[in-house]
Design a protein around this ligand. Structure first.
Ligand code: 4AD
Ligand code: MG
Length: 478
């Protein structure tokens, strides 16, 4: 038997009248004759033509939607419409039966909610096949972008004893018997007896360790899972999400913005090129979905146009203060249409404000800088005005914040003062402060939320649909 060929290769084949072996899962079986077969290598199916008159009826009965089969036959130029080549089956072997009465994935449109409940099988649909191929391409492109620029991929720990964002939203890591935790004399949990001899948690960000690497390797990046116990049941939040965090020595906030903008454009262009069929499929999917909406709520651009637009326009850069002025004067603010009215300087921006700036006002991606220090993390570099820090957030249409970053406070005294002011324990972060003691230098970095990027590139509306097995409050199935 000839070696198995993947369907994407077969469909591009110019050589016909050759024997091939193809394996995959049945997507449809029409007229006891035409099998639409998919193996996940592409969104497109190969058509298998079965000579049903000369095939055992018992075998034909087992060619059902979802069954895994192996086909040996001849690749020929297709007679029918819709495909250039097809396979005339000589033998069909059932590798795995699939009971059509019970199989949840039927050849019809399923709701995304239903597919979330069947996340173990949803890879077998066109939509999720496309999403996870695009996700794969994007992660490869992230590595390629940094590798081309001489960044070192640094694996920062998943288990830590610190809270990099200082927000107290960590998951504990312990091997105590929770019904019976050892106590100190004063009645507190005695973490000295725990596995790590101290309280530990899952990381919320690899940044602090990333900074240590950058203080010797110059440019590093992390790309790994991060965990947040924030009780946000939204279409933009996960309890477990992947983050890309570059950290660059001798880089200021402008270098930081330039790198982030270049990264986003690079990976989007890469996916547009590598996943043409998938993105075209997702573009059509979104058009169909938007037909359900009233005209004024539909997007002006298709998914592909939106991605192209993002590549060919500079992101708008402005300060938080300028953004607040725009928001204060905006129609939804004046007409009290915002859920949270923008009254003055200093408040955190809500996602409705971010989306107004991006989708209505500038109509393109926006980078906001120089936020009030009160609403940002302790490590951000303090500006000379005493009020703001050298932060930068990138806001994307339909997404809101996709990147959060800053120039870091490299001046020991200023950093320590800020930690004291907001109650970040200096003794626990002695190692972080050491980099400011021993050859510290100006440096910057940012975090790109990987799932928010995948959301943008696939045009999906819910972050739970762009990670294989989403973790969120009250859900850890699969
Ligand atoms: O803005 P954040 O919290 O920044 C940091 O963690 C910094 N330490 C990054 C750095 O400077 N190295 O998170 C960065 C990005 C956000 O912009 C968002 O895209 C994503 O991570 N993000 C989430 N994505 C999904 N679910 C959540 N719960 C997220 N929280 C943040
Ligand atoms: Mg942020």
């Amino acid at each position: 038997m000839s070696q198995r060929i993947k369907i994407n290769t077969l469909l591009q084949s110019t050589q016909t009248d050759v024997d091939v072996t193809v394996k995959g899962w049945v997507r449809a079986f029409r007229q006891n004759r035409f099998i639409a077969l998919n193996d996940g290598s592409t969104n497109n199916n190969i058509q298998i033509v079965v000579d049903f008159e000369n095939t055992d009826p018992a075998l034909l009965k087992r060619i059902t939607v979802g069954a895994a089969i192996s086909v040996f036959g001849k690749l020929i130029a297709s007679q029918g419409k819709g495909q250039t080549v097809e396979v005339i089956a000589e033998t069909v072997e059932i590798l795995g039966d699939c009971d059509p009465e019970k199989y949840p994935i039927q050849p019809k449109k399923h709701s995304l909610e239903f597919l979330r409940e069947n996340a173990h099988l949803r890879f077998r649909t066109n939509t999720f096949g496309a999403i996870f191929r695009v996700r794969n391409t994007l992660s490869f492109a992230v590595h390629q972008f940094f590798q081309e620029r001489g960044f070192v991929y640094l694996h920062t720990p998943i288990i830590t004893a610190s809270d990099a964002e200082g927000a107290g939203e960590t998951f504990h890591v312990t091997n105590f018997d929770l019904a019976n935790t050892p106590r100190t004399e004063t009645g507190e949990v005695d973490y000295k007896q725990d596995f790590f001899g101290r309280a530990a948690n899952l990381t919320v960000s690899g940044q602090l360790e990333g900074e240590l690497g950058a203080m010797a390797l110059s440019d590093i990046y992390t790309f790994g899972p991060t965990f947040r116990a924030e009780n946000s049941n939204t279409t933009r939040h996960l309890a477990e999400f992947w983050m890309i965090e570059p950290e660059m020595a001798f880089a200021d906030i402008t270098d930081n913005m330039d790198t982030a903008e270049a990264l986003l454009k690079y990976v989007i262009a890469y996916a547009l090129d590598k996943n043409k069929d998938d993105i075209e499929f997702l573009t059509q999917r979104l058009l169909e979905e938007e037909k359900q909406k009233p005209q004024n709520e539909r997007s002006e651009m298709s998914l592909t146009e939106k991605l192209q637009f993002c590549l060919s326009n500079d992101f708008e850069r402005l300060t938080y203060t300028e953004a607040i002025d725009i928001l204060k004067e905006s129609t939804p603010n004046k007409k009290k249409k915002f859920q949270y009215l923008v009254e003055g300087w200093g408040t955190d921006l809500q996602s409705e404000h971010e989306r107004y700036l991006v989708e209505k006002h500038f109509k393109k991606p926006v980078i906001l800088t120089d936020y009030p220090k009160e609403i940002k993390s302790f490590y951000m570099r303090q500006n000379d005005d005493g009020k703001t820090v050298a932060a930068m957030d990138i806001l994307f249409p339909g997404i809101g914040e996709i990147v959060g970053g800053s120039q870091r406070e490299e001046r020991l005294e200023k950093l320590e003062n800020r930690m004291d002011e907001i109650g970040i324990p200096k003794d626990e972060l002695w190692w972080y402060l050491d980099t400011r003691r021993y050859g510290g230098c100006p440096h910057s970095g940012f975090g790109l939320g990987f799932e928010r990027l995948v959301l943008f590139v696939t045009g999906m509306g819910n972050i739970r649909d762009v990670i294989p097995f989403p973790r969120f409050p009250k859900n850890a199935e699969f």
